[in-house]
Ligand binder design. Structure first.
Ligand code: FE2
Ligand code: FE2
Length: 190
């Protein structure tokens, strides 16, 4: 069974279509930034494979596979599906490539010092053709015009603002990701 068929069985249509869109979008971005297009496609395709694990399933799965979820991930499947997804990609989809697994793992929070593949999957998830929110066209323009770091900074800023407005917890990895990339952008401008 190929990866697409396997994934189709795991996800509702809407999420499956999003996954195909992210895969194609990631491939397109990878071409611009000279990253392996096949790896980008696979990472994008699989990134949300654990999106529909319930909280109970997440905790059970993490225990079985000895995955250390942090205190934020234990509370939120919106966060844990990325870490769990990386493990499902390895176990169920038999993907051993660490770069792909990490691109899946960090697609929701981001982190400091991201690889180009990690940046691509993070952005593809947000700007794939089915996405429609206020600043999506600005993010698309930046990403497709060699300004992926600026796109990431804007995305982290948007996420942090949104989370503050909702009075929810911000994952520290997102704050670190934001500060790291801001410093990089500022030092490149010097
Ligand atoms: Fe996701
Ligand atoms: Fe996604």
């Amino acid at each position: 069974m190929n990866l697409e068929e396997k994934l189709r069985k795991m996800l509702p249509d809407k999420r499956f279509n999003h996954s195909i869109n992210v895969a194609n979008c990631a491939k397109k971005i990878a071409k611009i930034y000279n990253v392996d297009e096949e790896k980008a496609y696979i990472s994008g395709l699989i990134h949300d494979c654990a999106k529909y694990f319930t909280k109970e399933e997440t905790i059970k799965y993490a225990k079985e596979k000895k995955i250390d979820l942090d205190e934020f991930e234990i509370e939120s499947t919106a966060l844990s599906h990325a870490t769990i997804g990386a493990s499902v990609a390895k176990e169920e989809f038999e993907i051993d490539d660490v770069e792909i697994l990490n691109a899946i793992k960090y697609h929701t929070t981001g982190k400091e010092d991201m690889t180009m593949l990690e940046k691509i999957i993070f952005m593809a998830d947000l700007i794939e053709e089915g996405r429609n929110f206020e600043s999506v066209d600005i993010l698309r323009n930046l990403t497709y015009n060699n300004k992926i770091d600026e796109a990431l900074l804007m995305s982290f800023n948007n996420t942090i603002k949104l989370v503050i407005d909702k009075n929810k917890i911000i994952h520290p990895k997102t704050i670190n990701a934001r500060n790291y990339i801001l410093k990089e952008i500022l030092s490149n401008k010097k």
